[in-house]
Design a protein around this ligand. Structure first.
Ligand code: SAM
Length: 270
């Protein structure tokens, strides 16, 4: 052994869902936003929330913590993240909270899905619908399974930066998260995006998650909501902090602000 003392750090097995959740999700803030938007639009508290494309259904698990009467429904096609959520998130809930989380392994385009006061699609998951016909079909299904006073909430992102090839690194305590936009076609608005991770002391793990998406714009989504039968649509735009970055607080607006990259919510009222 040379004079240098070499110390090997033993890392836990790589858990892609854990790193994903730490990098891109803030379910505690999101559920409060959903409850408050419903209250603002409907003037009363919601009870049920359905998380479409729920994956590990973190949002469902946070929703039932907000109030003892709240019910959460999650829908996803893939049994793997569903099972992960059961093992890692549902297991942290009390029995009463867990009894109010209902997960359905199904296609969000199915006609038979649980009704809810709020139906939410987060992290742009509906961007997998690459044609107007498919997205409209999805919005019609959402509309028909909302409770009478229900609202649909879809997040959306855009800005000039999203229409070019870039890779952005976000450093966390013991790992880095990379958002990689490999390709964008202005003719079709199709984009190919990846999430990579790099843990300290390890080489970068490339393409842990892949997103093959159509970039939908806010006016397109609002027009399709209108066509799907929604009576009114709203846009919630993020405020800015002192450095000009997003502050995580979304308010209802009529006009947006030109910026390199933005995230907003489009809300449709049944
Ligand atoms: C990016 S993950 C979203 C996870 C989580 N909702 C979030 O906010 O981060 C997308 C999920 O959509 C699911 N999915 C894709 N197409 C679907 C469909 N047609 N019906 C139901 N789930 C679908 C995938 O299995 C995957 O778990």
């Amino acid at each position: 052994m040379s004079g240098a003392y070499s110390k090997k750090i033993k890392l836990k097995p790589f858990d892609k869902y854990d790193y994903y959740q730490k990098s891109v999700q803030s379910p505690d803030v999101d559920v409060e936003f959903l409850r408050d938007v419903y209250q603002e639009i409907r003037g009363k508290k919601p009870i049920s929330m359905r998380e479409d494309f729920c994956g590990t259904h973190l949002l469902c698990c946070e929703w039932v913590k907000l109030h003892r009467s709240f019910e959460a429904y999650g829908v996803d096609l893939d049994p793997e993240p569903i099972e992960y959520g059961m093992m890692h998130s549902q297991s942290q809930l009390s029995n009463h909270q867990r009894s109010r989380v209902h997960i359905v392994q199904n296609n969000v385009l199915s006609k038979k899905l649980p009704r809810a006061d709020i139906i939410v699609a987060q992290n742009f998951s509906y961007f997998i619908f690459k044609t107007r016909k498919l997205l409209l079909k999805y919005l019609k299904r959402v509309h028909s399974t909302l409770e009478n006073q229900g609202i649909a909430v879809l997040d959306c992102f855009g800005g000039s930066q999203c229409m070019g090839a870039i890779e952005e690194e976000t450093a966390h305590k013991d790992f880095s998260y990379f958002w990689d936009q490999e390709f964008f076609d202005p003719i079709t608005n199709h984009g190919l995006f990846y999430i990579h991770f790099k843990r300290k002391g390890e080489k970068k793990r490339e393409r842990v998650f892949t997103y093959d998406w159509r970039m939908w714009s806010i006016p397109e989504i609002r027009e399709m909501m209108d066509e799907a039968g929604f009576s009114k649509t709203y846009v919630y735009w993020e405020g800015t902090d002192r450095n000009g970055d997003g502050d995580g607080k979304f308010v209802q607006v009529e006009t947006g602000e030109e910026c390199e990259s933005w995230v907003a919510y489009v809300v449709g009222e049944r």
